[in-house]
Ligand binder design. Structure first.
Ligand code: HAM
Length: 419
């Protein structure tokens, strides 16, 4: 059997110990913080109708056109694996009527994009995200960015930067498209093939093009914000002002448009210097998504956990710091001691004490070696003698000292162990 028979698909990973301990920390702290801000968890299926993504993210975006795992199932239904979490969340909230129009939900889930894998770009990756529905309000956008900032701090991440911009209102779309098209027209032949098509189809995607030649032209034309109404610029100023009041600094990047079409008003991205070309750890913004008759307004963000981990490691936060260790190791000398230690292990675990033991006969040396490997703080040794006297030898692994103690003494069992 070829060795890659045991590997996951390209661009996908098994997540296991010790790294999984960093994932757990990230997820646990996110859940705790989201709860402080009044968000409830939502778990939607990884598979949705293709139309959910086409109608929300936009038919002409790269995510929909080039990156989705879309297929027709045996029943002839057009489906796709979720490439992001906002569309499925809004599909769910749209079904909850009035309640869905004023909701706060968060998700921690795998996402799928069939991109060319490279450092920081995977085909299955994981997002921690939130969505808060409700009418546009700069304070809601500012609170969302503040929550994101708070989360980065809770994880111990330093050195990230927030870039912010605006996509304007729905009524800005036409003047922005007209203005950008006019400015790009003289450079039409210098644009990449995709952008020559995009200029008519969805001109904002030209602004977002990663091609170096296109980026140079985009740098020379006025940013989209210049074609927007005063009201839209004012909205962005209000968001920045509210953030300033909370001591959160942002950098305005008028060329930031984001690659998803549902955005209106505020958009932002968080970058970190430890990442290479794929330097965004998070993206977010305000949006309006119409899956039913009525558009649902909301604001949210998503952070890529894999990229957060790369950035955390660069800040000296490692999986090792969150790997469970310590506790008690029970050493059994003889079959009877083994059975008695099973009982003791159960009692200790009931008290929430991390406790391990070998389940078969092993030499004392082998058992002590295992206790060491497991990082046990105390080792409790029992054989025929100790069982007869109702005692145990307790060894402190750090100090190397040991003493015989009376097992019947509860204080010894649960308090003197130091847990
Ligand atoms: P996004 O910018 O497409 O936004 O993705 C958010 C984050 O997911 C990125 O900043 C990045 O950290 C991570 N990410 C995206 N693609 C990949 C990939 N191929 N490999 C590894 N990580 C990746 C959204 O998904 C929006 N739904 C965010 C949002 C929520 N806007 C409003 N609400």
């Amino acid at each position: 059997m070829a060795s890659n028979e045991f590997q996951p698909l390209q661009g996908m990973s098994d997540i296991h110990a010790p790294e999984i301990n960093l994932w757990r920390m990230i997820e646990e702290r996110a859940r705790t913080l989201f709860s402080c801000y009044g968000y409830e968890e939502l778990r939607t299926p990884v598979l949705e109708k293709l139309s959910v993504f086409k109608r929300s993210i936009g038919d002409t975006t790269d995510v929909v056109q080039k990156e989705m795992y879309a297929f027709t199932d045996r029943g002839g239904r057009e489906l796709a694996l979720c490439p992001e979490g906002t569309a499925g969340t809004i599909r769910h909230l749209a079904g909850r009527g009035e309640e869905g129009l004023n909701a706060r939900v968060f998700y921690i889930a795998p996402m799928f994009r069939c991109e060319r894998p490279q450092a920081g770009r995977k085909r299955q990756f994981h997002q921690v995200g939130v969505e808060a529905t409700g009418e546009p309000n700069p304070l809601a956008d500012a609170e969302c960015i503040a929550l994101q900032q708070h989360l980065l701090e809770a994880w111990g991440l330093t050195g990230s930067k927030i870039q912010i911009s605006t996509r304007g209102t729905l009524s800005d779309r036409q003047p922005v498209a007209d203005g950008l098209r006019k400015a790009l027209q003289p450079h039409l032949n210098e644009l990449c093939e995709d952008c020559q098509r995009r200029i008519d189809e969805n001109v904002l995607r030209v602004i977002d093009c990663k091609n170096e030649g296109c980026a140079k032209i985009v740098d020379r034309i006025p940013p989209a914000i210049e074609f927007m109404a005063e009201e839209s610029r004012h909205y962005l100023d209000s968001v920045i002002h509210a953030l300033g009041k909370m001591g959160i600094e942002v950098e305005v990047n008028p060329r930031l448009v984001r690659g998803l079409d549902y955005y209106v008003h505020t958009v932002w991205e968080i970058t970190h210097g430890a990442l290479g070309a794929q330097n965004a750890i998070a993206g977010g913004g305000r949006y309006e998504i119409a899956l039913g008759k009525k558009a649902i307004p909301g604001v949210g963000f998503a952070m890529g956990i894999e990229r957060v981990i790369t950035s955390l490691e660069a800040c000296g936060v490692t999986a090792e710091q969150f790997t469970p260790k310590g506790g008690v190791w029970l050493v059994s000398l003889g079959e009877e001691a083994l059975a008695e230690n099973m009982k003791l292990a159960r009692e200790l675990r009931e008290k929430g004490i991390r406790c391990g033991m070998e389940l078969g006969p092993k030499s004392m040396k082998a058992q002590m070696r295992k206790a060491n490997r497991e990082g046990a703080e105390k080792v409790i040794i029992r054989g025929g003698d100790e069982l007869a006297k109702g005692t145990a030898i307790v060894k402190d692994m750090e100090e190397g000292s040991q003493e015989t103690q009376n097992l019947a003494d509860l204080e010894f069992r649960y308090l003197k162990l130091g847990f």
